[in-house]
Design a protein around this ligand. Sequence first.
Ligand code: URA
Ligand code: SF4
Length: 229
Amino acid sequence: MPEEPMAATEASIGQPPATSHQPPQPAASRDDRRAAIMLKEWPALKADVAACTACPLHAGRKKTVFGVGDENADWLFIGEGPGADEDTQGEPFVGQAGKLLDSMLASIRLKRGANVYIANVVKCRPPGNRNPEPAEAAACEPYLQRQIDLIRPKLIVALGKVAAANLLASDASVASMRGKVHSYRGIPLIVTYHPAYLLRSLPEKAKAWTDLCFAVKTMTELPARPNAG
Ligand code: URA
Ligand code: SF4
């Protein structure tokens, strides 16, 4: 999908041209938008996402996919972005990959919505299920950051390369990132394969199981949240 043309005001105040690595927005208003998002509580944050037009993905969506689950969860699973089923239903991971995610959760005695929250890097479906562009992920990132600040999970599980790359600002492979405890702004983060990838590559399921066991062990060893409610 083509990027929106740069606004005339942007060019006139001497911003560098927008590239695929920059949100097409002047730095000052980008910072203002981020600061405003960081002050929002759940209802305002949800309303903001539902009405968002901050990146070109808004044009092709049926529904925004905010995220779902327990807003006080210890566990936060983060995927890439909505697919066709999620776009129709407005909920993350409800298609085939979602069924596998649900059984992965069940295998470690977790359940969608009970001490688990599920979100994505981008809240609107990329056309044809392509990966989100860096500028799209950057435009959507304040929402995810605010969700994480409000949830205060004990552990984040990044599902697949796109989630891991965006959360850890790294281009490393999932193979090289799994089996370690990383950190997202001070919160322990573990990387595993995306369920859609596991559906195509069944031998990797065993590795994902190893990763889930590692996540459970890591969670068990983490201190309780200071003022968990
Ligand atoms: N894949 C994702 O990364 N997220 C979803 O919500 C669905 C499929
Ligand atoms: Fe807004 Fe995120 Fe949707 Fe882009 S993907 S329009 S930033 S909610």
